[in-house]
Design a protein around this ligand. Structure first.
Ligand code: NAD
Ligand code: MG
Length: 396
């Protein structure tokens, strides 16, 4: 079998590190073509030493120069680049077989879209890509014959529970519903009156998963589940009415598909992202991921609850923007990125996140999704409005 050349976008993050762990276990199958990160020079240098990529990318020229010096001093041939153009190029060069899209947020949109346009195997963790530009991205995947494999654990589970030819339509395949599971996050049982005072540390302490800070806060507001509803809508061409969120605190069932004959097919496993990452990397084969086998005796019981849309407004907002369509999801995504960053900076209280998102959505009209420029325009406009609302102290 020919070794696959992989570009890892976001290699120093939670998903990036897990991806490299799977690659480390299968040196015969995979080689690292490019490692890309924002600004963590030390961590990226360590990764370069171990994986010896052809290219490494950081965001700024100055940091890239520092990494380059260190690589040269260590005798590495790795060429260091910087900036978005480098990310786009290293996601689409002919030598690249597969791209792990694991940058967090809107910053990943252009390189991931470039990978789709170059017809690559795209392993998608960066759900914000589909939230911002679902129509555009799915069109690029189809038009250029890219292979899209979901890494998000829920969508990976759904992908595993669907027939291989699901692209001919969920209804013709006998699908009635997609059951999208949610842990409920760290504040599932916190009294509403206490949510106003929660800290970034509490919000990032997820009961089942260890993840980056942005997605951890999104899990605490249930915005993450909202973004995942939108992600599922595009990945599986599923109307929002067919997507049912099910709160399942143990995070053992990663999601399920309900069929018209009464069958429900689910994928179960320990909460470890290396399982969906390995599946996306090796599909249609399966490879060892370093994940402990699920012990059902230890699990013992599984619980399920309906989601509380009142308490977790962000989930409702996601369904609302799906109905509105066009750039509405991109506006919500941008407002939310600003809100989460401000919450992590202690400039916005926890309950300010849904309030800010809602305020930005009601202030900005949605336009047709149109081109990439339209999406990026809506994103920029929503970001600057969200920032100005925080500065005004409207949600303090
Ligand atoms: P993280 O914060 O741990 O890592 C983000 C990575 O992106 C880092 O390597 C960072 O350097 C890089 N990055 C950020 N901005 C960048 C920029 N402008 N240019 C280049 N690189 C940049 O995040 P994570 O938890 O690994 O999540 C990554 C994505 O995967 C998110 O979209 C998240 O929603 C999704 N996801 C994560 C998990 C999980 O378990 N962590 C599960 C499902 C989906
Ligand atoms: Mg998920």
């Amino acid at each position: 079998m020919k070794q696959q050349n992989i570009t890892v976008l976001g290699s120093t993050g939670s998903i990036g590190v897990s991806t490299l762990d799977v690659i480390r276990r299968h040196p015969d199958r995979y080689s690292v073509f490019a490692l890309c990160a924002h600004s963590q020079v030390d961590k990226l240098f360590e990764q370069c030493l171990e994986f010896r990529p052809v290219f490494a990318v950081l965001r700024d020229a100055e940091l890239a120069e520092e990494l380059s010096r260190r690589c040269r001093a260590a005798g590495l041939a790795t060429e260091v680049r910087h900036g978005i153009e480098a990310l786009i190029e290293l996601s689409s060069l002919p030598e690249v077989d597969a791209v792990m899209a694991a940058i967090v947020g809107a910053a990943g949109l252009e390189p991931t879209l470039a990978a789709a346009r170059a017809g690559k195997r795209v392993m998608l963790a960066n759900k914000e890509v589909l939230v911002m530009a679902g129509e555009l991205f799915m069109h690029a995947v189809r038009e250029h014959g890219a292979t899209l494999l979901p890494v998000d654990s829920e969508h990976n589970a759904i992908f595993q529970a669907l027939p291989a030819d699901f692209a001919r339509g969920l209804v013709p395949c006998g699908v009635q519903k997609i059951l999208l599971t949610a842990s409920g996050g760290p504040f599932r049982n916190t009294p509403l009156s206490d949510l106003g005072q929660v800290t970034p540390e509490q919000a990032c302490a997820h009961p089942n998963w260890v993840m980056g800070r942005k997605i951890s806060v999104d899990s605490a507001t249930l915005m993450n589940k909202g973004l995942e509803v939108i992600e599922a809508r595009w990945l599986f061409d599923a109307p929002p009415e067919m997507i049912q969120v099910v709160v399942h605190p143990q995070s053992v069932i990663h999601s399920a598909v309900q069929y018209n004959d009464g069958s429900v097919l689910a994928q179960l496993g320990n909460p470890d992202m290396r399982t969906p990452i390995a599946y996306a990397m090796a599909w249609p084969e399966r490879i060892a991921a370093g994940v402990e086998a699920l012990d059902l005796f230890k699990v013992g019981r599984l619980d399920f609850f309906p989601p509380d849309f009142e308490r977790f407004r962000c989930l409702q907002l996601a369904y609302d923007v799906l109905h509105e369509g066009g750039t509405a999801p991109a506006i919500l995504n941008a407002a939310n990125e600003i809100a989460v960053a401000a919450f992590l900076d202690r400039r916005l209280p926890f309950l300010g996140i849904p309030k800010l998102n809602e305020a930005v959505l009601s202030a900005l009209p949605a336009r047709p999704e149109g081109s990439l420029a339209d999406v990026l325009g809506a994103d920029a406009e929503a970001r600057s409005l969200a920032e100005s609302m925080i500065v005004d102290g409207r949600f303090a």
